[in-house]
Design a protein around this ligand. Structure first.
Ligand code: NAP
Ligand code: HSE
Length: 430
C-alpha cells in the first residue's frame, strides 16, 4: 500500500521541538521545514538535514506543501501572527504555547473555525499528561465543577528539592533550567504566570465558559521560606503551588494559582519533582486524578505528537476534522473576586515578645470573624521577638486581610500568609 506522507513544519527546535523532531524520524509524518532563531547553533539531533532549517518562520506558514504547523517557540510575538497566517493559509495548528492561548485563545479559535481548521494544544497544559483530549471527548458528558492541580513542573521541582533536600532556591532553579523545564524567562514559572495561563485554558474547556486571564488570581512561590516548609511539615502539610478552578451552584467561577499547604494525606502532596497532576470532580464521573511528567523534552513531545497524529489521521478523509476538539465558547464565565472567597490560612508572624501578644492576635481575629484552629509561639530571639504560627478555620479573605493589617499596625510583622487546603468529604479543597 502506498504510504500517506503528511508534510509538517516545526516552528522552534528547542527543548520541545527537538523532542518532536526525534520522535517523528522514520514515521509517515515528514518534517519538511523547521524554523529556528539561529541556524548555526549546534543541536542535539542526529542526522539533522541542515537544509530544512530556516531563520524565517514565515517560510513555513506560507509553504503550500505544509498541512500542519507545530508552533513551539512560545511567547506572543511572533507566534500569534505566525499562527494566524498559517490558519489563513489553510494549515492546521498544534501548539504548546499556553501564554498565547490564555491571552488570545478566543481570537485564534474563532479564526480557526472561520477557516475550518483546528488548533490542538495538549502539550500546553501539564506537559505529557493527556488532559485536554479526555476533557473534550470522553468526559464531555460531565458537569465539571472543581479542578485542583499542580500544573508547573519547574516550581514543583523547586519546592520538592527545597523541602526534601534542603536545597537552595537559586541552585534548584538553575537545575530546572538546565533540564529544560523552565520557560525562557523563568519569572513566568516562579511567579505563577505559567500555571495561571494553563488553568485559564483548562477551566475554560472544563466549565464550557470562557475564563479571562485577567480575572485569575495569581501568586508565585518566591516568598516561600524554608521555615514555612519546616512549619508546614510539623503541622502535617506540604507546600505546593496549586492551580484551582471551582464553579459554584450559581454558575460563578473562582479560578486561581497560589501556594497552598496541602495535607500529607492528600493526593497532591505526593506529586513531587517535575510531575504534574490534575484532580477534577464532575458529574456523573466523580473524582479523577491524572498525573505524569509536566515538562521536559520527551513528555512534552509525546503530547505534541499525539495532536499531530490526531490531525494527520483525519486530514485527507473528511472536510470537518475532529469536531469534539474544536473550541467555541461564546459566553464569558462570571467570576468570584478573591476577596469574597472563603479559605483557611497559615500565618507566620514575627511578633514583639510583649505580654498578651498571643491574646491580642486572637482578639483581632475574633473581631474579624476569624476562628483559630491553632496558635503556637516558638523561640524568642535575642531582639525580643518571637515567631508565632497561626492556622485559622475557614474565613473570608477580606476579613483575613483586614486582620493582617491590624496585626501589623500593632507592631508585628506578618512574614508569610499561605492558604491551607481544607479537604471536603469528596477529597477536594473546601
Ligand atoms: P526553547 O527550548 O527556548 O526553544 C525555543 C525554540 O524556538 C528554539 O529552537 C529557538 O531557536 C526557536 N525560536 C525562538 N524564537 C524564534 C523566532 N522568532 N523564529 C524562529 N525560531 C525561534 O523553548 P521550549 O522549552 O522548547 O518551549 C517551546 C514552547 O513549548 C513554549 O511555548 C513553552 O511554553 C512550551 N512548553 C515547554 C515545555 C518544556 O518542558 N520545555 C513543556 C510544555 C510546553 P534557537 O534554537 O535557534 O534558539
Ligand atoms: N515551564 C513549564 C513548567 C513547562 O515548568 O511546567 C511545561 O509547560
Amino acid at each position: 500500500m502506498e504510504r500517506n506522507i503528511i508534510k509538517i513544519g516545526l516552528i522552534g527546535l528547542g527543548t520541545v521541538g527537538s523532542g518532536v523532531f526525534k520522535c517523528l524520524q522514520g514515521t509517515d509524518i515528514k518534517v519538511v521545514k523547521a524554523a529556528v532563531r539561529d541556524v548555526s547553533k549546534p543541536r542535539n539531533i542526529e542526522n539533522l538535514d541542515q537544509s530544512i532549517l530556516t531563520q524565517d518562520p514565515y517560510e513555513i506558514v506560507n509553504d503550500p506543501e505544509i498541512q500542519i504547523v507545530a508552533e513551539l517557540i512560545g511567547g506572543i510575538n511572533p507566534a500569534f501572527d505566525l499562527i494566524k497566517t498559517a490558519i489563513k493559509n489553510g494549515k492546521h495548528i498544534v501548539t504548546a504555547n499556553k501564554e498565547l492561548l490564555a491571552k488570545h485563545g478566543e481570537e485564534l479559535f474563532n479564526l480557526a473555525e472561520e477557516h475550518n481548521r483546528v488548533i490542538l494544544y495538549e502539550a500546553a497544559i501539564a506537559g505529557g499528561i493527556p488532559i485536554i483530549m479526555p476533557v473534550k471527548t470522553i468526559l464531555a458528558g460531565n458537569k465539571i465543577n472543581k479542578i485542583e492541580a499542580i500544573l508547573n513542573g519547574t516550581t514543583n521541582y523547586i519546592l520538592t528539592k527545597m523541602d526534601m533536600q534542603g536545597a537552595s532556591y537559586d541552585d534548584v532553579l538553575k537545575e530546572a533550567q538546565t533540564l529544560g523545564y523552565a520557560e525562557a524567562d523563568p519569572t513566568g514559572d516562579v511567579e505563577g504566570f505559567d500555571a495561571a495561563y494553563k488553568i485559564t485554558t483548562l477551566a475554560t474547556i472544563a466549565f464550557g465558559k470562557r475564563v479571562k486571564i485577567e480575572n485569575v488570581y495569581r501568586e508565585g512561590i518566591t516568598k516561600i521560606k524554608a521555615k514555612d516548609m519546616k512549619a508546614a511539615n510539623e503541622l502535617g502539610y506540604k507546600i505546593k503551588l496549586i492551580a484551582s478552578a471551582y464553579m459554584n451552584e450559581e454558575g460563578k467561577a473562582d479560578v486561581r494559582v497560589h501556594p497552598m499547604l496541602v495535607s500529607k494525606k492528600s493526593t497532591l502532596a505526593h506529586i513531587d519533582y517535575v510531575t504534574n497532576a490534575v484532580s477534577l470532580s464532575g458529574h456523573p464521573v466523580g473524582d479523577i486524578t491524572l498525573s505524569g511528567p509536566g515538562a521536559g523534552e520527551f513528555p512534552t513531545a509525546s503530547s505534541v505528537i499525539g495532536d499531530i497524529l490526531a490531525i494527520a489521521s483525519e486530514i485527507n478523509t473528511t472536510d470537518y476534522l475532529l469536531p469534539m476538539m474544536r473550541c467555541h465558547h461564546g459566553e464569558n464565565a462570571q467570576m468570584i473576586d478573591i476577596a469574597d472567597t472563603c479559605n483557611k490560612y497559615y500565618i507566620s508572624i514575627n511578633a514583639k515578645n510583649n505580654k498578651g501578644v498571643i491574646g491580642k492576635i486572637g482578639t483581632i481575629c475574633a473581631e474579624n470573624n476569624i476562628s483559630l484552629a491553632s496558635i503556637m509561639q516558638k523561640c524568642v530571639s535575642e531582639d525580643n521577638t518571637a515567631d508565632i504560627t497561626v492556622i485559622t478555620e475557614l474565613c473570608l479573605e477580606k476579613n483575613l486581610q483586614n486582620a493582617i493589617k491590624l496585626i501589623e499596625q500593632d507592631g508585628n510583622k506578618v512574614e508569610s500568609l499561605i492558604r491551607v487546603q481544607e479537604r471536603g468529604s469528596n477529597g477536594f479543597t473546601r
